[in-house]
Design a protein around this ligand. Structure first.
Ligand SMILES: Cc1ncc(COP(=O)(O)O)c(C=O)c1O
Length: 379
């Protein structure tokens, strides 16, 4: 019998029309940032109710540029969740600011806003919350808190492209918002990201931040007044983005139906702690389906569990390690026990396969394997 295909835990869907579109860009003679980037930014802006959007080479670049745009640097504190991806810690440190961690909610995994408020000092300049699939950060409470304390908000929306807050796309409201188009995200440009800003003046200030710090002078020479980055997205990538954005609703619908099946299957064997089942199911996007393993009732460690799935051709991920306990985080004085919820998630979390190239029988295959391994582990 043939062994079943390896099921990656995340990945893109690229169609033939997109490949043909990329070939056209490659043949056009203009392959770096140009007309396709403009087209992509216009489409992203329409997606965000007309707010200006700038395309960049990654969400990491978008977070860095957002922090710089907000004027954040040495001496400033930025509050973020200890349960997120390394990007947020790295970029806060990279611009010279101090990361201030708080804990998150066990079920939604979103940043704990009460702890954010308690962590504010006279040096606090911004909050960087990461939205989690299935349940967004409470935007009304977040923006009210930021207003009360005159703080900037940089929403890390890498995982929630296509999620809606009260009927409006994430990105259409708020302050600065960043998206990722890494191949594991809801849509891709291979590598890529975007930054949503407030107005044309802010959008103009992004240009030198993403392109060498260059200012164009009236005599057709250039000047540099600060060391800008090099984060401009090429047209080849933007062409993929245009096609992916068109298919985003379809990708999200597929992901929703796969997650529906995960919930259905796990309902009868709730050995794992599941993400929240959203009331506005149609308004939520699902970039990942990340469960917490009942490790205290399992005879094997998470690594063995993941290895066992791997041996059956099923990939998994860890989203995420505790940021305050990585070597860089500890440099700011953090230690075990500071954020118990984040630490529990970091120990127990496993992201199961979820992407728009999967089918419901694929989910069944994963659920059968999980039940078998957890069951075997319990015995
Ligand atoms: C929550 C979160 N934020 C930001 C990023 C960074 O995205 P990129 O790879 O586009 O820089 C990631 C990437 O996995 C992420 O998971």
């Amino acid at each position: 019998m043939n062994s079943p295909r390896y099921l990656k835990f995340a990945g893109p869907v690229i169609d033939e029309a997109t490949i043909a579109g990329v070939a056209e860009v490659l043949r056009s003679g203009w392959i770096t940032s140009g007309p396709r980037v403009q087209e992509f930014e216009d489409a992203l802006s329409a997606f965000c109710d007309g707010r200006p959007v700038k395309a960049l080479t990654s969400a990491t670049a978008a977070v860095e540029v957002a922090l710089q745009l907000a004027g954040i640097g040495p001496g400033d504190e930025v509050i973020t969740s200890a349960q997120s991806f390394f990007t947020v810690l790295n970029m806060i440190v990279k611009v010279g600011a101090t990361p201030v961690f708080v804990d998150c909610d066990l079920v939604t995994r979103n940043i704990d806003l009460a702890q954010v408020e308690a962590a504010i000092t006279p040096r606090t300049r911004a909050i960087v919350p990461t939205h989690w699939p299935g349940s967004l950060v409470d935007m009304d409470a977040l923006l009210a808190l930021a207003r009360r304390h005159a703080l900037r908000v940089i929403e890390d929306a890498a995982l929630v492209m296509g999620s809606q807050w009260k009927g409006r796309n994430i990105g259409a409201l708020g302050d600065l918002v960043t998206f990722s188009f890494h191949p594991n995200k809801n849509m891709t440009t291979i590598e890529g990201g975007a930054l949503v800003v407030n107005d044309a003046e802010e959008a103009k200030r992004v240009d030198p931040l993403r392109f060498h710090g260059i200012a164009y002078l009236p005599d057709r020479t250039r000047d540099v007044a600060f060391p800008g980055g090099k984060f401009n997205l090429p047209d080849v990538n933007a062409r993929i983005g245009v096609a992916q954005l068109q298919r985003l609703p379809e990708f999200l619908a597929t992901r929703r139906s796969l997650v529906g099946r995960y919930f259905e299957r796990f309902a009868t064997d709730p050995a794992c702690l599941l993400p929240p089942r959203p009331r506005d199911a149609d308004g939520q996007s699902w970039n990942m389906f990340s469960v917490l393993l009942p490790l205290d009732r399992m005879a094997i460690a998470r690594k063995r569990f993941r290895d066992a799935l791997d041996a059956q051709g099923i990939g998994t991920g860890v989203s995420y390690e505790a940021l305050h306990l990585c070597t860089l985080g500890r440099r700011y004085g953090y230690k075990e026990g500071d954020f118990p919820v984040t630490e529990r998630i970091a120990r127990e979390t496993v992201a199961l396969p979820l992407h728009a190239g999967m089918t419901v029988p694929d989910v069944d295959r994963v659920c059968d394997a999980v039940a078998e391994i957890v069951g075997r582990a319990r015995a």
